[in-house]
Design a protein around this ligand. Structure first.
Ligand code: GUN
Ligand code: ZN
Length: 434
């Protein structure tokens, strides 16, 4: 007997980065593809005819031509504690934080509520085909335990960290430089590298940390250089003005991180919309990653991220919902919003680039590209099977498509959780939601 499973059907393949190669050289769809799953990993990939012969004892699952076997989606920046306040009306960033976000994050002081929201969030996003997220938690260490625990229960690969804030946040949502260091260090010991977990040292953003706290977290990162460091950078112009007032010595926003040891190759900055030439140069020199959060940037009114320009400078970028500043849990909707922002900048993205961003691109921004994000031998078998005709509106457009890319583009632009036919985690199909 063998536990091998052979998935047969249209398969999305990556051979490179479609922002540096012509997209058709980097991304392909094998309409007669096959993927062999063994021990939670992808063991073989190729043509159906060849793999059925090579692996005759494997259990076979055949997908129709209107299905697409994709890597699971990777959401490279989001806030699980904001699940219950997604789509809160009418504010810009700082008022949105004060009026909606901080009161909700305060509720996660209750460990039972934190566990309830962590479970709810992961189930909502799994239904959207998202198999890995990089999440901010709250200042409460138990909020980190809640998310890592809920991810472990579901077998998910995950990135998360305790959000650190020691000023400009309400009483009850502030830690100190020392407690942020101590709590984060204990959480690294408890979770980093355990199962499928990666710890990200997480100062929320420069306005809510004192220089002492940033320095303490910079020191912690030096002690644990294999952790990621995630934070926010240059999301809104009024936020940048505030940073200038709070850090009068700093050359720019990025410098507030750099001078405290919080710039490096494993840094991941969300948003990064309003960058100066010096900041772009430093990001390119250090290899730090950016994360594009398009539904958030339109919802909170932040601006238009320059994906093409920054990719042209060799700066890696991932894609993210930024739940709950972002207005959707869906990476399909997020790809659509990235397309729309590209259009507003005069740089439309191809479907191949959009789906690469939501999978391999996001995985690379989190330094997980060797484990997840593409369908290659050795990768962990996290897969999302798309239904490319999931609604009458999409089906009629697909029927009129001249090639598979037009078909996929219709699902990217109009698809929702009905387009998620199946989700596989570490080689096992997860049951459909009740
Ligand atoms: N900047 C600092 N905190 C946040 C947050 O929670 N969401 C967004 N969108 N931006 C932030
Ligand atoms: Zn964010």
């Amino acid at each position: 007997m063998t536990d091998d499973t052979l998935l047969l059907g249209p398969t999305l393949r990556f051979d490179g980065d479609p922002f540096h190669l012509p997209w058709a050289e980097a991304v392909s769809i094998d309409t007669d593809g096959a993927v062999l799953l063994r021990d939670g990993h992808i063991a073989d990939v190729g043509r159906a005819a060849a793999l059925t012969v090579a692996h005759p004892r494997a259990r076979q699952l055949r997908y129709d031509a209107d299905r697409l076997i994709c890597p699971g989606f990777v959401d490279a920046h989001m806030h699980y504690p904001q699940t219950a306040i997604i789509a809160s009306w009418g504010k810009r960033l700082i008022d949105w934080l004060n009026d909606y976000t901080f009161p909700e994050e305060m509720r996660l002081a209750d460990p039972t509520y934190a566990r309830e929201i962590a479970a709810r969030y992961l189930d909502l996003t799994l239904a959207q085909g998202t198999t890995t997220v990089a999440s901010y938690c709250t200042i409460h260490p138990h909020s980190v335990d809640a998310l890592f625990g809920a991810a472990a229960d579901r077998g998910l690969r995950i990135v998360a960290g305790k959000t650190c804030m020691d000023r400009n946040a309400p009483e009850g949502l502030r830690d100190t430089a020392q407690s942020a260091y101590d709590d984060s260090k204990a959480l690294i010991t408890r979770w980093h590298g355990r199962g499928r977990a990666t710890y990200a040292i997480t100062p929320r953003f420069s306005p809510t940390s004192t220089p002492d706290q940033l320095a303490a977290l910079g020191a912690l990162w030096t002690e644990h250089p294999d952790c990621l460091m995630q934070t926010h950078l240059s999301e809104q112009t009024d936020e940048i003005d505030w940073v200038r007032d709070l850090y009068p010595q700093a050359r720019d926003y990025l410098d507030t991180y750099e001078t405290h040891g919080l710039l490096g190759e494993r840094a991941v900055y969300g948003h990064a919309i309003h960058l100066t030439p010096r900041e772009i140069d430093r990001l390119a020199e250090t290899g730090a990653a950016l994360v594009h959060c398009p539904t958030s940037n339109t919802f909170i009114g932040s601006g238009l991220f320059d994906l093409r320009g920054l990719a042209g400078r060799g700066i890696p970028a991932g894609l993210a919902t930024d739940t709950g500043g972002g207005s959707s849990f869906s990476m399909l909707r997020t790809m659509a919003a990235a397309y729309e922002i590209g259009q507003l900048r005069g740089t439309p993205l191809h479907a191949a680039q959009l789906i690469w961003l939501a999978t391999a691109g996001s995985a690379r921004s989190l330094h997980l590209q060797d484990r997840i994000g593409s369908i290659n031998p050795g990768q962990e078998a996290d897969l999302t099977i798309l239904d490319l005709a999931s609604t009458p509106a999409i089906a009629q457009r697909s029927a009129n498509a001249s090639d598979i890319w037009e078909t996929l583009f219709a699902t990217i632009m109009m698809g929702d959780d009905r387009a998620i036919a199946e989700v596989w985690i570490a080689g096992r199909q997860i049951p459909a939601p009740p």
